[in-house]
Design a protein around this ligand. Structure first.
Ligand code: PNS
Length: 160
């Protein structure tokens, strides 16, 4: 079965990696789908996010990284994927995720499976990681190696 793990991934964290790698162990093929959101400027371009995700998932041959714009359900239909996998860090994630899952199911019948995040990563988000890194904090325990290196480089350039 082919599943889609969608998100902004600005940048990918160890929490995302937990969901992606556990999905890769359960399903034949995992498409990590990076949203192209023209309304929002990220820290990383979509191409950079995809390159970092590809590096981080290089050891998982059944994981592919792609980007999409527009509706997630249209992307899933185009890739013939009937299941979306989403990580749930805490009850606070659940409200909005449930709404999206129900809307998406209503639109095309795509199913959403919720995977509880490893509690090691319950507090982790891309926004927090960016804030800590921006002020010189060490985020190397929270993101894949190439992401930590790239962020250190970026924020050093800003300060230098
Ligand atoms: O990492 P994020 O920002 O929490 O991911 C959110 C994402 C990309 C999964 C969600 O915003 C999404 O699916 N966007 C695509 C547009 C869409 O389909 N919107 C309708 C959702 S019901």
């Amino acid at each position: 079965m082919r599943v889609v793990c969608p998100g902004s991934f600005d940048p990918v964290t160890n929490g995302h990696m937990d969901i992606i790698t556990r999905s890769a162990a359960l399903f034949d093929e995992v498409i990590v789908a990076v949203l192209i959101n023209e309304a929002k400027t990220g820290l990383f371009t979509v191409e950079e996010r995809m390159a970092l995700l590809r590096e981080a998932t290089a050891d998982y041959p059944n994981v592919k990284v792609e980007s999409f714009r527009g509706l997630l359900v249209d992307f899933c239909r185009a890739r013939d994927a009937r299941v979306v996998v989403k990580g749930i860090r805490a009850v606070s994630d659940f409200d909005y995720e449930l709404q999206m899952a129900q809307m998406n199911h209503g639109l095309t019948g795509v199913e959403t499976l919720f995977m509880p995040t490893n509690p090691l990563y319950s507090f982790l988000s891309s926004s927090l990681v960016k804030e800590v890194a921006r002020w010189g904090g060490d985020v190397s325990a929270h993101v894949p190696g190439p992401v930590a290196a790239r962020m250190a480089e970026l924020f050093q350039q800003c300060q230098g």
